[in-house]
Ligand binder design. Structure first.
Ligand code: 13P
Length: 246
């Protein structure tokens, strides 16, 4: 079976005081030992959180560039993440795509570069409301996944996060059936276009208005292997989302 993996994407939130509260409820847990927990932390706090997070919680950056070092003002290198003991990075979040103009190709290059430097990657995909309304959900999700497949061969350190853009921060969660439908057809597409082995092993998280109240039913779907949680990852209810699948 695929190990359940729950990510908390803090986005551009947190002060040291707020972070200490979050670390407090993560330490108190208890967190299901069968679930992998990864928190996505703003770059400036990564070192602090890495030093203060409980051992059963892994730490992710929310972005990383596709070069080792050099004249890339404002960027973070995968080598810098490794240097401070951070082993995960979230790439291709819809906010990176939409607000910062990151293309499928750039994201795929970042995924490949991060993997080649020993990071594990949560790679985000998902359609906008217009794309869903136009019946293009699968086309978009497959295109975004194909871009990554063009750049990497080994998927063992990749988690896919399916995050329909219309469900992010809106309180409009995909129904468990809507989410399962996309996860299942994505897994079938991976089986056909990458390999049955990758399709069987790769974990696909759902993200978009996940809460303590809806996590259990979403998490019981056959092809949902975890969550990527935004707003609720800043609150104690994150613990119950981590423990949604017991
Ligand atoms: P919300 O859980 O706040 O909808 O955010 C989801 C998300 O974008 C996680 O990456």
């Amino acid at each position: 079976g695929r190990k359940f993996v729950v990510g908390g994407n803090w986005k551009m939130n947190g002060t040291k005081a707020q972070i200490n509260e979050i670390l407090g409820f993560l330490k108190a847990g208890p967190l299901n030992a069968d679930t992998e927990v990864v928190i996505g932390v703003p770059a400036i706090y990564l070192d602090y959180v890495k030093s203060n997070a409980p051992a059963n919680v892994e730490v992710a950056a929310q972005n990383a560039y596709k070069a080792e070092k050099g004249a890339f003002t404002g960027e973070t290198s995968p080598l810098m993440l490794k240097d401070i003991g951070v082993n995960w990075v979230i790439l291709g979040h819809s906010e990176r795509r939409q607000i910062f103009g990151e293309s499928d190709e750039l994201i795929a290059e970042k995924v490949a570069f991060a993997l080649s430097n020993g990071l594990k990657v949560i790679a985000c995909i998902g359609e906008t409301l217009d794309e869903r309304d136009a019946g293009k959900t699968e086309e978009v999700v497959f295109r975004q996944t194909q871009a990554i497949a063009n750049q990497i061969k080994d998927w063992s350190n990749v988690v896919l996060a399916y995050e329909p853009v219309w469900a992010i921060g809106t309180g409009k969660t995909a129904t468990p059936q809507q989410a399962q439908e996309v996860h299942q057809s994505l897994r079938q597409w991976i089986s056909k276009n990458i390999s049955p082995e990758v399709a069987n092993a790769v974990r696909i998280q759902y993200g978009g208005s996940v809460t303590g109240a809806n996590a259990k039913e979403l998490g019981s779907q056959a092809d949902i292997d975890g969550f990527l949680v935004g707003g609720a990852s800043l609150k104690p209810e994150f613990v119950s989302i981590v423990n949604a699948r017991q």
